[in-house]
Design a protein. Structure first.
Ligand SMILES: C[S@@+](CC[C@H](N)C(=O)[O-])C[C@H]1O[C@@H](n2cnc3c(N)ncnc32)[C@H](O)[C@@H]1O
Length: 212
């Protein structure tokens, strides 16, 4: 998907104290960055950041990191954070493919929220639930692997159910319509989710675990 480019986005986001520049320098040291030993949750492709910011506000005993490849997308997030004090939130401007250079075995949960579905077979390797990404996640998960995924894309959801189960994940919860689930699932909406919810589109959800 093509996103609008914002002039000087890189300069704007670099002024934010939430942005961690040179994140590779903090590999195996993220607990020092946060100054505590609380669990660390990572969102890949956080976009404009509403989800990760609201999660950090709702769960102060969890440390959150939002990672996003596009500096233009991140501008909105840093604007939203002006005048907010969230010591449990950090942002990283990087390609998700680089996560093993940024984290050691430090991550407790990964959120894949409305990830690009890359529907063409030729782009399959770019999907965040392709086996090559699942292998990258192995390198950064602390002990138990835990992935929460939300999407509006049925094809990507079906694909993810398949790749995760073939990779021995099991599912704690699966919903084909998150917002109308019989047993409500606690949920904070992302920017894309709000838009799709208002359009009345179903949101697919899964919570996958792999316990050693
Ligand atoms: C459809 S948007 C979803 C944004 C947000 N998660 C939400 O739900 O509102 C997908 C986001 O993933 C980002 N993205 C795509 N590929 C990425 C990659 N390899 N590494 C990091 N971010 C990526 C895009 O720039 C975009 O902001």
């Amino acid at each position: 998907m093509e996103y609008k480019k914002i002039k000087d986005a890189n300069i704007i986001i670099n002024k934010s104290s939430y942005l961690v520049t040179n994140p590779e320098n903090y590999k195996n040291k993220w607990h020092e960055v946060f100054g505590n030993n609380n669990p660390i949750h990572l969102e890949l492709g956080m976009g404009r950041g509403d989800f990760i910011i609201n999660m950090a506000m709702a769960y102060p005993k969890i440390n959150f990191i939002g990672l996003e490849i596009s500096d233009s997308q991140m501008v909105k997030a840093v604007e939203r954070l002006v005048n907010k004090k969230l010591p449990n939130l950090k942002l990283i401007n990087a390609d998700a493919i680089n996560i093993p250079n940024i984290f050691g075995k430090e991550i407790d949960t990964i959120y894949l929220t409305f990830s690009e579905p890359w529907p063409k077979k030729i782009d399959e390797k770019k999907r965040f639930t392709h086996v090559s990404f699942l292998k990258l996640y192995d390198r950064i998960f602390k002990r138990h692997k835990h992935i929460i995924l939300k999407t509006d894309n049925k094809g990507f959801f079906a694909y993810s159910l398949e790749t995760l189960s073939q990779y021995w994940y099991s599912f704690e919860r699966v919903s084909l319509d998150l917002h109308h689930n019989e047993i409500p699932i606690p949920n904070i909406m992302t920017d894309f989710e709000k838009r799709y919810y208002e359009e009345g589109r179903p949101i697919y959800y899964l919570d996958a675990v792999f316990k050693e």
